[in-house]
Ligand binder design. Structure first.
Ligand SMILES: [Cu+2]
Length: 129
């Protein structure tokens, strides 16, 4: 069998191998492994149940482009005392029209030690906003 490369030697005398064909052959099983890793990660991620807490809060500031909100929230029984803190929000559209001083309710969803606000609902509009 003749395994010699079909391409002529390069300028420096180094033989160029048909790389594109080799890459194709090598990458195929690699893609399967990556898919499997992603699949397993998804299963592990889904198997941990998220915890949900109801939250009453006052808006301190909002940053819709970064999906961030700073709120002063009341005590969340079983989780944390009342405090002012920043949360990421699941849907930035829910904070677009919020202004400092607005009163909201929301679901705090805790997943893998990360908290995110969902179902943000305006309760009382801040005076003058
Ligand atoms: Cu907090």
């Amino acid at each position: 069998m003749n395994l010699a490369p079909t391409q002529p030697p390069g300028p420096s005398g180094i033989v160029l191998l048909p790389l594109s064909r080799d890459r194709y052959i090598i990458n195929k099983p690699m893609n399967k492994i990556l898919l499997l890793v992603a699949f397993i990660a998804a299963i592990i991620g889904c198997s941990k149940p998220a915890r949900r807490y109801h939250l009453n809060a006052e808006v301190i500031s909002v940053e819709p482009p970064r999906a961030l909100i700073v709120v002063k929230h009341g005590e969340i029984p079983g989780l944390m005392p009342a405090m002012t803190m920043q949360y990421s929000v699941a849907d930035p559209k829910q904070i677009e029209n919020l202004r400092p001083g607005d009163k909201i309710t929301a679901d705090l969803v805790v997943r893998d030690n990360k908290g995110q606000l969902e179902n943000i609902t305006l309760v009382t509009k801040a005076i003058g906003s």
